[in-house]
Design a protein around this ligand. Structure first.
Ligand code: MN
Ligand code: MN
Length: 466
């Protein structure tokens, strides 16, 4: 095993630290990761995938259990969009849990409640973007529609259109450069407006000269015939336009992965696999997959909600000889957590936004961030050095290649994760995840080495009982 100084990678080629066998394992792991990214493009699809993987790995719905014992594998899903999984440990719950929290939502374009209209002989859908996007990145690319429409009688119709080679795709037409003189002089943040993110969905008039809005009518007839959806059903729908492409290898050497939603599904997949692999644990291990992180962790499926605490209370109620609020508080307070989320890798074309000394590099390992936040660390959880040292020591002992980093230059911007929402219950929390290029873009790029090291790090964390 290499010396500790070799693990601080900024000046090294870290791939060299992996022997042939581990390189093979890393590449094989990433093949499965790529499949997951291509399949799970919405929070619901991600939770469906997680539930399937959980059941295959011996997990069963928590609420079906009476008492719980060491080794039991349980999960709980909230509204199809937030999920927690746990393996009950052999040590008393009051000693605390090992929790890894990630988020299942990603930036995208949601359809408005009244989206469909006809203009200039074309049918379009109006959108309202979700999360922090650079709007100009979402025009002139193929889009797929994913989501659900809930009929007035409660029936749920699930849709995925645009992922299959035989499917049509949708797109937002950009303005041609020949006529973009005014647009090109605008600031990038204003060049494409939110109200211009209208998705092209049809151009064929219905064969009825008396009808009004004949192109829109064809679209509605299609939706009615194939999906049983009527125009007023959009009011109770959750339809999301996402990039229509699968995740792909990037680079001649295939060392990188490009794909939509790696923030934060790189953490979701690595935490999931790290947990499923555990057989027996001493401290109860919990993987938490939250929704709504990209819009502030709000709502009853976001991390501001009571979901995590309720999940742990349901477990405590089935494990403790006598459940009490005080016992629950002790469990939460004594827990340790990783807030698993991506961070910004150094983009070689934009080094000026990073402090090079503290910038994560792609291919140099999973990133530990003591704090996130903006400006004066605003919104950061800011882990205690004792806990950073604990994780650092653990990763070193377990051969996890890691690096440290902060999200860009101090005055350049910033961001946050769910760390502070876990920390408020008393537990120690550290931010940890994969560095990306082009975060929040339709095609985010990660290094396969970093994805694998996140998995290895999370596996070590779940196993740990020091
Ligand atoms: Mn994130
Ligand atoms: Mn994000």
């Amino acid at each position: 095993m290499e010396k500790e100084k070799d693990r601080h990678p900024a000046t090294r080629y870290v791939w060299e630290l992996l022997d042939e066998q581990e390189r093979g394992a890393a590449l094989a792991f990433n093949e499965r990761y790529k499949e997951f990214l291509s399949l799970a493009k919405t929070e619901r699809e991600t939770v469906d995938y997680l539930a399937g993987r959980a059941r295959n790995s011996g997990f069963a719905p928590l609420l079906e259990f009476g008492r719980l014992k060491a080794g039991d594998r349980v999960y709980l899903i909230g509204r199809g969009k937030i999920m927690a999984m746990a393996i009950i440990g052999s040590e008393p719950l009051e000693k605390g849990l090992n929790i890894i929290g990630a988020h299942v939502d990603a930036p995208r374009l949601d359809l408005k409640p009244k989206p469909l209209y006809e203009e200039a002989g074309l049918a379009l859908l109006k959108t309202h973007y979700y999360g922090g996007i650079k709007k100009y990145q979402w025009v002139a690319i193929p889009l797929a529609l994913h989501g659900v429409v809930v009929k007035g009688d409660g029936r749920v119709i699930s849709l995925v259109i645009g992922e299959n080679g035989a499917d049509p795709v949708f797109t937002i037409a950009d303005l041609l450069p020949h006529l973009a003189k005014d647009q090109m002089e605008k600031k990038m943040s204003e060049a494409v407006t939110g109200e211009a993110l209208n998705i092209l969905v049809g151009g064929l008039p219905v064969d009825d000269r008396e009808a009004k809005e004949r192109v829109k009518k064809v679209v509605l007839e299609h939706l009615g015939r194939y999906y049983g959806i009527h125009e007023d059903d959009f009011v109770s729908a959750e339809l999301e336009a996402v990039p229509a492409w699968p995740a792909r290898d990037v680079g001649f050497d295939r060392s990188l992965i490009g794909g939509y939603g790696q923030d934060d599904r790189s953490s979701v997949f690595t935490a999931l696999e790290a947990l499923c692999e555990q057989r027996e644990v001493r401290r109860t291990a919990v993987a938490l997959f939250a929704d709504k992180e990209e819009i502030g962790s709000t709502g009853n499926t976001g991390m501001h909600s009571v979901f995590m605490v309720n999940f742990i209370a349901e477990i405590a109620g089935r494990c403790l000889p006598q459940y009490s609020d005080l016992a629950l508080r002790r469990i939460l307070n004594n827990s340790r957590a990783i807030s698993a989320d991506v961070t910004a890798g150094l983009n070689p074309s934009y080094p000026e936004v990073m402090d090079k000394l503290n910038a994560p590099l792609l291919g140099c390992g999973v990133v530990i961030s003591k704090y996130t936040g903006a400006r004066g660390k605003s919104g950061a959880s800011d882990a205690h050095p004792e806990f950073v040292a604990f994780i650092r020591g653990l990763f070193d002992r377990e051969g996890v290649i890691w690096q440290t980093g902060e999200l860009g230059k101090v005055d350049q911007g910033g961001g946050g994760t769910i760390a502070y929402l876990m920390a408020r219950h008393g537990m120690d929390v550290l931010d940890c995840g994969v560095p990306l290029l082009g975060m929040h873009s339709p095609f985010e790029v990660a290094s396969k080495l970093d994805v694998y090291m996140a998995y290895k790090g999370f596996r070590a964390f779940f196993r740990n009982a020091d």
